[in-house]
Ligand binder design. Structure first.
Ligand code: UDP
Length: 494
């Protein structure tokens, strides 16, 4: 690499809100640390993250958002279906994942012509197609994992031990083998969408990309998942760099308000509502970008929030945008509770809410970004996992870190699959969990103190000299000195 120019890193995120949001933060941190960054996206996704792109541009960061055309029609998908949260039925999920390989050609052409030439590709663990491109160009490539280290480690241990094959009953609890702490789960809670026979091709590509990567980046920090990171590095046999919490790149209200999609609520209105409340008194309820509740379940959540003593609340209700019955019920609920509660229909500026000092508790589906945002803000959680990595994240929050109270969800409500007409969690469960978390007893105070301590450690990890900032520097160094960065036989110089 020409010593006079900045390192050029290419980020290839997976097309889902929970993956693109931390990728924009990572791109910003890399640019601030002195690199040129190319952020690979598609036209629909670029339009959706416009507020974040505008923010990057006005900050003068050296990040180029490059749109690669995504030919969804070739995969038989509706035009514009370029993000997981735009999927409307379960049978679109597999074709969506398979069609991602159509992006290879566009990325390769772009990289061959890029000036300055790329030094390293950082690809999301679900964007395995990008690892193929990196290999075909002989480029160093690092894998970025969106989930917690705890989840990644448990997945490796479960796969290797084949313990799931020995369990007949989906609801029987068992201990995850090989962890230094006893962690109990059921088979249903840890089975993965990738495991079905129809997923074999996608699964093998993901594993192959993972194995080919030169190193591993994770959105976590050393002081949060210390033993998990140590064991994972041994398991992987390559460098593992925790570089988070990436959300802490955003230090002011404006940047916190422009993460993900455009917000459905005026930030000033939200702030003045929060400013009126006592420190640590507000309970925040949101289930991420993909999870949806049935109307019956919404009613139970609402009844639980109404019955819980005291706490003012903010409830993000995506379902109100999508179903008229839910919308009507929510209108009535909002009217009844307007003295105490605020309902946000659609997309909430979650980082603005979690970092406001009035917020003292968060009911979350345990998506890793939401969980890490709460940890970073020092806010304890009521955990209500739905699918994917979320049940294991719950175990990390409740059993390992001890900063959460489980609402008591036992059975997954699978992404885009029909779920039972019954509401799995009752209003009474919601009420009890909220009161336990927000209460003033010794247990609640200790939990709050622990949450605050992790919040402080998270901030230190992302300050100058902090563990994650140092790791980011090592990654940039790696990208520039990797033995793969040499003149190739086709004359293409990195
Ligand atoms: N998010 C947000 N507003 C919303 C819903 C979600 O800002 O109304 C953000 C949230 O802060 C997090 C991401 O979207 O950064 C969701 O990622 P997570 O891993 O928590 O869950 P997923 O949506 O992938 O299930």
């Amino acid at each position: 690499m020409d010593a006079k120019r900045k390192p050029h890193l290419v980020l290839v995120p997976f097309m889902a809100q929970g993956h693109m949001i931390p990728a924009v933060d990572m791109a910003s941190l890399l640019a601030v640390a002195g690199t040129d960054v190319t952020f690979i996206t598609t036209p629909v996704n670029a339009a959706r993250i416009r507020p974040a792109i505008d923010r990057v541009e006005s900050a003068g960061l050296s990040i180029r958002f490059v749109e690669i055309n995504f030919p969804t029609a070739e995969a038989g998908l509706p035009a514009g279906l370029e993000n997981i949260d735009l999927i409307t039925s379960a049978d679109q999920f597999l074709p969506f994942m398979e069609s991602l390989s159509f992006l290879k050609k566009g990325l390769k052409l772009h990289l061959l012509e890029a000036n300055p030439a790329p030094d390293c590709i950082i690809f999301d663990s679900l964007s395995s197609w990008a690892a193929d491109v990196a290999q075909s160009l002989g480029l160093p490539h690092l894998i970025f994992y969106g989930p917690s280290c705890f989840f990644i480690l448990c997945s490796i241990l479960l796969k290797r031990s084949q313990v799931l094959d020995t369990i007949a009953d989906d609801s029987e609890t068992f201990v995850i083998p090989g962890l230094p702490q006893t962690i109990e789960v059921t088979k249903a809670q840890v089975e993965r969408w990738l495991d079905g026979p129809e997923w074999e091709k996608v699964r093998e590509e993901i594993y192959a990309a993972d194995a080919s990567a030169d190193g591993v980046l994770i959105n976590t920090f050393n002081e949060l998942e210390t033993w998990c990171l140590e064991i994972l590095a041994k398991e992987k046999g390559k460098k593992v760099w925790p570089i988070g919490p990436l959300c802490l790149y955003n230090k002011d209200v404006e940047s916190r308000a422009t993460r993900g999609k455009a917000s459905s609520i005026d930030t000033q209105l939200l702030l003045s509502w929060l400013d009126d409340k006592e420190t640590g008194s507000v309970f925040y309820v949101s289930f991420g970008s993909l999870s949806r509740n049935t109307l019956l379940q919404l009613v139970e959540i609402g009844l639980g929030l109404e019955a819980a003593k005291g706490a003012p609340f903010i409830w993000v209700v995506k379902e109100a945008e999508e179903g008229s019955e839910a919308a009507r019920w929510i209108d009535d609920f909002e009217e009844r509770t307007k003295e105490r509660g605020m309902v946000i229909r659609g997309w909430a500026p979650q980082a603005v809410i979690l970092w406001h000092p009035a917020v003292g508790g968060f009911m979350t589906h345990c998506g890793w970004n939401s969980t890490l945002e709460a940890v970073s803000a020092g806010v304890p959680m009521v955990t209500w996992p739905r699918f994917g990595d979320q049940f294991l994240n719950e175990r990390l929050v409740v059993d390992v870190l001890k900063v959460g109270v489980a609402v008591g969800a036992k059975v997954p409500t699978l992404f885009m699959k029909e779920i039972s007409a019954e509401a799995p969690v009752k209003g009474e469960d919601v009420k009890k969990a909220v009161e336990r978390l927000m209460g003033s007893g010794e247990e609640a105070e200790e939990r709050r103190a622990r949450a605050k301590e992790y919040g402080e450690k998270a901030r230190r990890a992302m300050e100058d000299g902090g563990s994650s900032v140092e790791n980011l520097k090592q990654i940039i160094h790696y990208a520039t000195v990797s033995p793969k960065n040499k003149v190739k036989s086709d004359g293409y110089i990195y």
